[in-house]
Ligand binder design. Structure first.
Ligand code: FES
Length: 104
């Protein structure tokens, strides 16, 4: 079981999906173009853990960055990625139970 920790939560990466696909499935905001390691658009910082690549990607990455479209995740990692802001999320944040408790 590979757990992916992000700035906004945690999810389990399915065996048949890339990290980019897992981030999309769980509502994270992630850029992409080529989805195969050429452009670097999906680049994110990795805070904990490491990944490897079946084929060396052409896009440049710094030592603390990874390419979710083409990396292979073999251990739980923590990355700098946030969930997309949606109307539902704004409404949930506005009416969060802990905020309403302060009104009692
Ligand atoms: S989407 Fe192009 S390198 Fe990941």
């Amino acid at each position: 079981m590979t757990m992916i920790f992000t700035a906004d939560g945690v999810f389990e990466l399915n065996a048949d999906e890339t990290l980019l696909e897992g981030l999309e499935r769980t509502g994270h905001e992630i850029e992409y173009q080529c989805r195969s390691g050429y452009c670097g658009a999906c680049r994110v910082k990795i805070w904990v853990g490491s990944v490897d690549y079946p084929e060396p990607p052409l896009a440049f990455t710094a030592a603390d960055e990874i390419l979710p479209c083409c990396c292979r995740v073999r251990e739980s990692i923590k990355i700098d990625c946030h969930k997309a802001i949606t109307i539902d999320r704004i409404q949930n944040d506005l009416f969060a139970p802990d905020l309403l408790q302060d009104l009692d």
